[in-house]
Design a protein around this ligand. Structure first.
Ligand code: 5AD
Ligand code: SF4
Length: 476
């Protein structure tokens, strides 16, 4: 299949890391043989699905080292915070939560505390941890993920602090262990990084340039997930529509989707995130024609005003965007559409914000993920002047939610009484006596049923609708 232009972590490095994993496992086993109890690790994830996926690798490595999952920080021998840098709030939360670990470390000096992820890829944050959070033993950035075993070994062996923030883009590593969340759905990264440099966004600085995994490696992973019983795959990347551009005999994202769908046992395929400027007719046609590809699309518009979109460096206009949406709806009338929206981008006026509301009313998204603009030092937007006051931004934000909540509810109401095929994922997060699953469009449906339905498809009749979820009963 495809020949690679981009870098793959050399097998020697992967081998060396595996040896370290084995060595720590042997140490842990000896410790248990000598009457000790099995050590536990707690990994907390902030931010997006890419981080969730990275945490599954971190826990996969820890699990191979012989650590069990700790259900709370208090019982953990290792605590790792996998951080997010997209908005300031998430950063402040990490600093707050790290501060709160100080007393645990004082009580149990042998506790190992590590911080990784996007926040740590920024030198200033890593420096702040080094200087002010002396109870943190290990700091590593996004490009150091695959070196985690040897970094941890250094902390354990030398009983010293280790800080590893590398400049270079991390090469792609294959065949690392992964421990996934329970249930029939798995996330599979298909590419890393982003080349778009939207002016507000820190991601290209902390995740590096776009790097695609080879199609062989992805198909191999999906095939083994199918053999383990997984039924649904979500292909993951900051900008999946660019998949393959860095592979020399380039399969594109539509080709990849078709190949993933060919894997026996995989019944549903989803993907995120797509950039509106890159979504091709070929992709739309592939989605429409392949029954395994879920009719669900997350297509972040960010803002509705053309001047704002241009300053954001999004490289499409409101009209381009709406035209693509029309094309998508024409081919897939029942598609679930979702979006990310930023309110209060520097210079955005109240009048310009009206264009965002206009997009919401025209597209009629099922759900949006909305954020008040957060200044990210180092990005072009950080030096741009603000126009609205914080109060005005909050007002706009409330109006946005008001408009969208009404649309979300109306769209769900249209499903009332319908029979829908739901893949049961597990118990509801809010009521453990109720099962929860998703429709093809990704809508959450809660219904009563027995445990053996977990992992299976069931037909559910929608009996009650809410803004963010549906209630139903099984139809025989
Ligand atoms: N401020 C607010 N929201 C942001 N996002 C990215 N950067 C910022 C920022 N500086 C939002 C975008 C993106 C989502 C993942 O996070 O809407 O699509
Ligand atoms: Fe950030 Fe834009 Fe890349 Fe998305 S496409 S990660 S918003 S720079």
């Amino acid at each position: 299949m495809s020949q690679r232009k981009n870098t793959v972590l050399s097998p020697e490095i992967v081998e060396a890391q595996k040896k370290v994993i084995d060595r720590i496992r042997i140490q842990n086993e000896e410790q248990i043989a000598n009457g000790g109890i099995r050590k536990k690790a707690f990994v907390e994830t902030y931010g997006c699905q890419q981080n969730v996926s990275d945490s599954e690798i971190i826990f996969g490595m820890l699990s191979q080292m012989g650590y069990d999952k700790a259900s709370e920080k208090e019982e953990a021998d290792i605590i790792i915070y996998n951080t997010c840098a997209v908005r300031e709030n998430a950063e402040l939360k990490v600093f707050g939560n790290l501060g709160a670990l100080k007393h645990l470390k004082a009580k149990r000096p042998e506790l190992i505390i590590g911080v990784c992820g996007c926040m740590m890829q920024q030198k200033s944050n890593a420096e702040q941890i080094r200087k002010k959070y002396k109870h943190v033993d290990l700091v590593f950035g996004t490009h150091s993920l695959y070196y985690f075993p040897s970094l941890l070994a250094e902390v354990i062996d030398k009983n010293s602090r280790v800080i590893d923030v590398r400049e270079t883009d991390g090469a792609i590593a294959e065949d690392y262990p992964v421990v996934r969340a329970e249930g029939p759905c798995a996330w599979v990264s298909v590419m890393y990084g982003c080349n778009n440099f939207c002016s507000y966004c820190i991601v290209p600085y902390v995740r590096g340039r776009e790097r695609s995994r080879s199609m062989e490696a992805i198909i191999k992973e999906v095939t083994s997930l199918a053999a383990e019983g997984y039924k649904e795959i979500t292909l993951l990347g900051q900008n999946v529509n660019s998949y393959g551009k860095d592979l020399s005999d380039g399969p594109d994202f539509a080709d990849l989707l078709n190949e993933v769908c060919k894997v026996d046992g995989i019944e549903r395929v989803r993907f995120m995130t797509s950039h509106p400027k890159d979504i091709s007719d070929k992709l739309i046609d592939t989605m429409a024609s392949n029954p395994k590809i879920c009719k669900q699309l997350h297509l972040p518009v960010q803002a509705g005003n053309n001047r704002v979109l241009q300053t954001m460096n999004r490289r499409y206009t409101k009209e381009d965007y709406l035209e693509k949406i029309e094309k998508i709806k024409a081919k897939m009338p029942d598609i679930t559409l979702t979006s990310d929206i930023i309110v209060g981008f520097p210079g955005e006026t109240k009048e310009e914000f009206e264009d965002t509301l206009d997009v919401l009313r025209k597209v009629r998204y099922d759900t949006i993920f909305s954020f008040i603009y957060s200044k990210r030092p180092g990005t072009p937007a950080a030096t741009m002047d603000d126009c609205l006051t914080p109060e005005e931004k909050k007002e706009c934000f409330s109006r946005l939610l008001e408009v969208q909540d009404k649309i979300s509810l109306e769209k769900n109401q249209a499903l009332s009484g319908k029979e829908m095929l739901v893949l049961t994922e597990g118990y509801s997060k809010t009521d453990s006596s109720v099962l929860s699953g998703r429709t093809e469009g990704g809508k959450i449906v809660n219904f009563r049923g027995s445990e053996e339905l977990i992992g299976k498809f069931v037909k559910v009749k929608i009996t009650e609708v809410r803004t963010w979820s549906l209630l139903g009963e099984i139809v025989d």
